[in-house]
Design a protein around this ligand. Structure first.
Ligand code: 13P
Length: 280
């Protein structure tokens, strides 16, 4: 069933678990994520980034998701990832998305608060949840998020508390050293900063840049307030590598069979993350 992000994360926050948020941009990736939810029997978030509107329209995503979640007992969220354009956010709400992310991380503090509040007013009126970001997540290798401002800036814990309180958001994306894409060197994830943010705030925290982050670090993050973990690049890399092998094994494979394999490979990769994040 499609629920909003607040509903899903409130439970995870209390249980000290994280829900995986996985980027989709095609029929195959949507069905791959939904298949993983069915196999693991655990909730997850279907996340469509505004940057993928070249691939699919918001309405097309919603109609494929509606069909895919029809017989699914687990709760699911249809989330709009990274969006700076209030018109697109409004269109996603109108299309039936149950959660949106306003990304004002490139703006100064007051401007980010003002725009985020406008989004919260618009979204909450329709029972849609809002995630916003404070601080900046850097850009690593092989990410598709090339149009996001990519300079690293850690989230300031006391500003995070003020930001969450003044905007009334449902989840806060923080910057603690993860990157969008694969790390260029050794990851240096500042659990100490995360602990301070978690102590200063009382809302679910979101970790962007899940790809390439060591499992132990991800578990530490979950223990310290992270309730939603975004993963994109690793799933793409896993799937592309497996498809490359499938084509090597059978160069004349029909495209329709390759599409089915793509769904399968996405599901394999996503299932592993869901099991890691949503532990009992
Ligand atoms: P990765 O591509 O590093 O997994 O990050 C995904 C993400 O944060 C999407 O918002």
């Amino acid at each position: 069933m499609l629920v909003n992000l607040k509903t899903l994360l409130t439970k995870a926050y209390i249980d000290k678990r994280a829900v995986g948020s996985f980027n989709v941009y095609s029929y195959e990736t949507i069905h791959g994520v939904c298949k993983a939810i069915k196999i693991t029997e655990k909730p997850a978030i279907i996340s469509f980034g505004a940057s993928y509107m070249k691939n699919m329209s918001l309405e097309c995503v919603k109609s494929i998701v509606d069909e895919a979640v029809k017989d699914m007992p687990e709760d699911t969220v249809l989330h709009l990832d990274h969006c700076r354009d209030l018109k697109i956010i409004k269109a996603a709400i109108d299309a039936g998305f149950t959660s949106v992310m306003y990304d004002g991380s490139a703006l100064d503090f007051e401007e980010n608060i003002k725009n985020t509040k406008d989004v919260v007013d618009m979204a909450h009126a329709e029972n849609v949840s809002v995630e916003a970001e404070l601080g900046k997540v850097a850009l690593g290798d092989y990410s598709n998020e090339t149009d996001i401002d990519s300079k690293q800036a850690f989230t300031n814990p006391s500003s995070a508390a003020e930001f969450a309180e003044r905007t009334n958001i449902d989840a806060l994306a923080v910057s603690i050293g993860t990157v969008h894409g694969m790390y260029k060197g050794e990851p240096n994830i500042r659990i100490d900063i995360l602990k301070e943010i978690n102590a200063a705030t009382d809302i679910p925290l979101v970790l962007h840049g899940g790809s390439g982050t060591p499992k132990k670090t991800l578990i530490d993050c979950i223990k310290n307030g992270i309730c939603k973990i975004n993963v994109n690049t690793e799933i793409s890399r896993y799937t592309v590598r497996k498809m490359y092998k499938a084509i090597e094994d059978e160069p004349n494979i029909h495209l329709s069979k390759l599409a089915l394999l793509e769904t399968e490979f996405v599901s394999e990769s996503v299932s592993e993350y869901i099991r890691l994040f949503y532990r009992n």
